[in-house]
Design a protein around this ligand. Structure first.
Ligand code: FAD
Length: 389
């Protein structure tokens, strides 16, 4: 089994986690990435203990301490008054309770750390400028074709190619990602640009009718990452992550308490992006022959539980463990899917329900329903490095 040629399509967080976990278990995977260079894509990500367990097992604990913020306190605030409705403790108790810490990081920092590990172990393991267009399965394994004219062959192929996965389309048909009706505004504001007292508590979600606003610190506390989730009937703009206008976002949050508006107003020029949120229906299976899916390719989800990347990280570790434990490709893929499908699909559906809970109500007396979070759903007590597979 250790001689297997494993091709991973996509060097996102899920693909790189799988690659690194497979390397640690003695395999030599190759990651094919469409981008010409691996770059600074994305903004903040929460890494909850269920994902931290994996990153720790990959040897990234000290890196997480360096690139991650461990917020001491979090809270939920009222959209109009700014009143603190719920207080959440996120400090050292998290580590004591779950055996792994809770971090808030910049996606680019985590991505870079994973990519560096993979390349250090096996220079050339990540092949950029390889955009998969097509593949064929036969007795000899999988034959891969790339837009740039290259071809490759593998015994097994892992589709980690994100919400618009080509691998998924070829395996299960051309069902298109669904525009969920949510548009996310994302930005990063220098901490020093904000007046004292605006960032209190350090991590905060504000919820209101048809909108929410989350902000937390990243990069040593030098930057405030924010995501404003709003509702829209349709998405007609070109692309799915485009530059946005500060004035437009301020209009969306016109009646909100001043701190939220101050943060939005402080976004540096060209630093605000709009991002239409797409998801898909849960799949009843992820595998056909020697090809399977992980991460957003398998289960793209709304960000209301902050679990999208975490689920891809969980997949990567469980997939690698399944290969290490199995004696054939089909057994490995079956064990992986059996261990993961139900949990990931459930979290997808819970993320949709949580959206309704956050954005419900339409008046000033708005109170969010019971505060549902990854923690209240029990997601954090799962250790992908140890669960039975
Ligand atoms: C507003 C927002 C906030 C979020 N916040 C959180 C959070 O707090 N915590 C959390 O855990 N998650 C969060 N997420 C979700 C998280 O960002 C995603 O779930 C996660 O990044 C998906 O990782 P992935 O590796 O599966 O896919 P991607 O990151 O999309 O990576 C896919 C990779 O595949 C490559 N690729 C695509 N097609 C091809 C092809 N044909 N050939 C070769 N390469 C290809 C792409 O270039 C890309 O590098 C959030 C998402 C949103 C929208």
């Amino acid at each position: 089994m250790r001689e297997l040629q494993i091709a991973i399509i996509g060097a996102g967080i899920a693909g790189l986690t799988a690659a690194r976990a497979l390397q640690l278990m003695g395999f030599r995977p190759v990651v094919f990435e469409q981008a010409e260079v691996l770059g600074e894509v994305g903004a903040g990500l929460t890494v909850t203990p269920n994902a931290t367990h994996v990153l720790n097992a990959l040897g990234l604990e000290s890196v997480l301490e360096e690139i991650g913020m461990r917020p001491d306190r979090g809270g939920v605030k009222h959209w109009r008054t700014g009143e603190l409705l719920v207080e959440i403790s996120r400090g050292n108790e998290m580590r004591e309770k779950y055996g792994a810490a809770y971090y808030q990081v910049h996606r680019a920092d985590l991505h870079q750390a994973l990519a560096a590990q993979v390349e250090e172990c096996d220079p050339g393991a990540i092949r950029t400028a390889h955009s998969l267009t097509d593949f064929e399965q036969g007795k000899e394994g999988v034959r891969l074709k790339f837009a740039q004219g290259h071809t490759a062959s593998a015994d097994v192929m892992i589709g980690a190619d994100g919400v618009r996965s080509r691998v998924r389309t070829q395996l299960f048909g051309a069902e298109r990602p669904r525009f969920t009706g949510y548009v996310a505004y994302r930005g990063l504001v220098p901490f020093e640009a904000l007046p004292d007292g605006v960032i209190e508590p350090t991590s905060c979600l504000s919820t209101g009718p048809h909108r929410s606003f989350t902000r937390y610190l990243v990069r040593g506390g030098r930057w405030v990452n924010f995501v404003g989730l709003t509702e829209r009937q349709d998405w007609r703009e070109e692309g799915w992550s485009i530059r946005a206008d500060v004035q437009e976002m301020l209009e969306e949050y016109a009646d909100w308490y001043p701190d939220v508006r101050t943060i939005i107003r402080s976004t540096p020029e060209h630093g605000l992006f709009k991002w239409a949120l797409f998801d898909r229906e849960p799949l009843p299976e992820w595998t056909r022959g020697a090809v399977t899916l992980i991460g957003d390719a398998a289960h793209p989800m709304l960000p209301f539980l902050g679990q999208g990347a975490a689920m891809g990280i969980e997949d990567g570790m469980v997939l690698a463990r399944a290969f290490a434990a199995a004696s054939s490709v089909s057994e490995a893929l079956r064990r992986y899917e059996e261990a993961r499908l139900q949990r990931a699909n459930w979290v997808m559906l819970e993320s949709r329900k949580t959206a309704l809970n956050y954005h419900s109500g339409n008046d000033e007396n708005f109170r969010p329903g019971r505060h549902v979070s990854a923690e209240s759903l029990g997601l954090m007590s799962y250790n992908p490095a140890e669960i039975p597979i």
